[in-house]
Design a protein around this ligand. Structure first.
Ligand code: NAD
Ligand code: USQ
Length: 393
């Protein structure tokens, strides 16, 4: 298939592009490289060094003999999106290209507005381009488990059957997202579902949990094919952060009681899930939702698992939670649809934890302890982030 990977320079988009390329698909990458700009803004860097987009694509051609087309531009620029569609003529689109950090979206008004405009307008341009160029193009869109929040009932896969005053319907599952970033994903979901209904588009919303890990079969072929690995207080996700913290002897930063429970998955399973969604497309007019995670853990459990897996001494610290979220809650979310399509998960255990710890250890010289602290507080409308002093340390 001809598959466009939007956000193909990012943490998940790059290894997904390589994986799909190696599986015989014609792959094109679209990215405006803004993720690299956020690093400059925050004064942080990927733990693992990464090549520039054009360099890594050239290296992929040398290593694999396979070509990946690249289009550098912004999805919020509609003429650019149209031009890419004219030139590449995709059959499927995997859309990773959004500002994806909850803390970044909560820094202040400017970052909240940027996040929602970037994500919602980019996706709107995309669904218009699909409708106008070829409505049969299958859109595989990265959403988030955080769209649902943490309700006191089971979370279903996108839809819930509700009986109200004697009448029954299947309706979108209620959304209680926890940041302006997570809200942008809810807005996207509604816009995409509406486009499927009115124009007969076909779309899969992958409500993904928190991803951990860094190495995939393809990125391991050459150090220059590595994908980024974030551990800082704004872009680093929790398990990747804990592994880096263990390696530098920083106490593991559990926010609040640490009972916050989320769905998690290995980066290798992200690739597998996206491939399953692409190769088993939604029907015309169908908007389907898959909950894309393999296991759920509380933050406290994760900290204990990292402490057990690390050979040295590890301290666990409970910091005041900078976010507004339930610190203890019920959590049970359905996630059977990808398993039904054939997903065989990589579960989190000693070998995986040790491999992530080894990534952190290999690059320990690049770890900046000043980047580790949480710097964005949900309760403030303007964070002190840019003062360089970690607020919570
Ligand atoms: P990332 O920031 O590393 O990658 C996103 C890429 O999109 C970046 O390379 C960025 O430059 C690009 N981009 C952003 N806005 C763009 C625009 N307007 N035009 C063109 N390119 C643009 O993020 P990631 O961790 O790879 O996440 C990818 C997707 O998966 C995101 O949509 C995210 O919300 C979702 N997701 C990620 C996780 C996770 O744990 N990393 C979990 C659940 C869902
Ligand atoms: N947490 C800590 N200590 C830390 C970092 C985080 O206790 O040092 C806690 C947070 O408070 C939160 C949980 O760990 O309760 C997860 O935080 P996270 O930063 O790992 O993940 P989150 O902000 O939810 O966002 C990440 C990705 C986002 C994706 C989301 C999936 O950045 O793109 O949408 O995971 S989900 O969580 O399912 O919504």
């Amino acid at each position: 298939m001809r598959i466009l990977v939007l956000g193909g320079d990012g943490y998940l988009g790059w290894p997904t592009a390589l994986h799909l390329s190696r599986r015989g698909h014609d792959v094109g990458i679209v990215d405006n490289c803004v993720r690299r700009q956020y690093d400059h803004e925050m004064g942080v860097d990927s733990l693992v060094p990464i090549l520039q987009l054009h360099q890594r694509v050239r290296l992929w051609r040398d290593v694999s003999g396979l070509n990946i087309d690249t289009y550098v531009g912004d999805l919020t620029d509609a003429p650019f999106v149209d031009e890419v569609f004219d030139r590449f003529e995709p059959e499927a689109i995997v859309h990773f290209a959004e500002q994806r950090s909850a803390p970044y979206s909560m820094i202040d008004r400017r970052h909240a507005v940027y996040t929602q405009v970037n994500n919602v307008v980019g996706t709107l341009n995309l669904i218009y381009a699909i409708a106008e160029h070829d409505p049969s193009i299958h859109l595989v869109k990265l959403g988030t488990m955080g769209e649902y929040g943490t309700p006191n009932i089971d979370i279903e896969e996108g839809f819930i059957e509700i009986t109200h005053k004697g009448r029954t319907d299947v309706l979108p599952y209620p959304k209680q997202p926890g940041s302006f970033y997570h809200l942008s994903k809810v807005h996207d979901s509604h816009n995409i579902q509406f486009a499927c209904r009115i124009w007969g588009l076909r779309a899969t919303d992958l409500n993904q949990g928190v991803v951990y890990g860094q190495e995939t079969d393809e990125t391991s072929l050459d150090p220059g094919l590595a994908t980024r690995f974030d551990y800082d207080g704004v872009f680093g996700t929790v398990l990747n952060r804990f592994c880096v913290q263990a390696v530098v002897g920083h106490p593991l930063t559990v926010y609040g009681k640490g009972g916050q429970t989320r769905g998690f998955l290995d980066i290798r399973d992200t690739l597998a899930c996206v491939e399953l969604a692409v190769t088993n497309p939604a029907d015309k007019g169908e908007f389907r939702v898959f909950n894309q995670f393999t296991e759920s853990f509380s933050v406290r459990q994760l900290a204990d698992m990292v402490a057990d897996a690390y050979p040295g001494r590890v301290e666990i610290e409970h910091l005041e939670d900078p976010r507004v979220e339930k610190e203890e809650h019920y959590y049970r979310a359905a996630h059977t649809k990808l398993l039904d399509l054939g997903l065989v998960p990589h579960l989190l255990g000693g070998p995986t934890l040790r491999s992530v710890l080894a990534v952190a250890d290999r690059h320990r010289d690049r770890i900046d302890p000043a980047a580790i602290g949480a710097t964005v507080e949900w309760r403030r409308t303007a964070s002190r982030l840019l003062t360089a002093e970690p607020v919570l340390d």
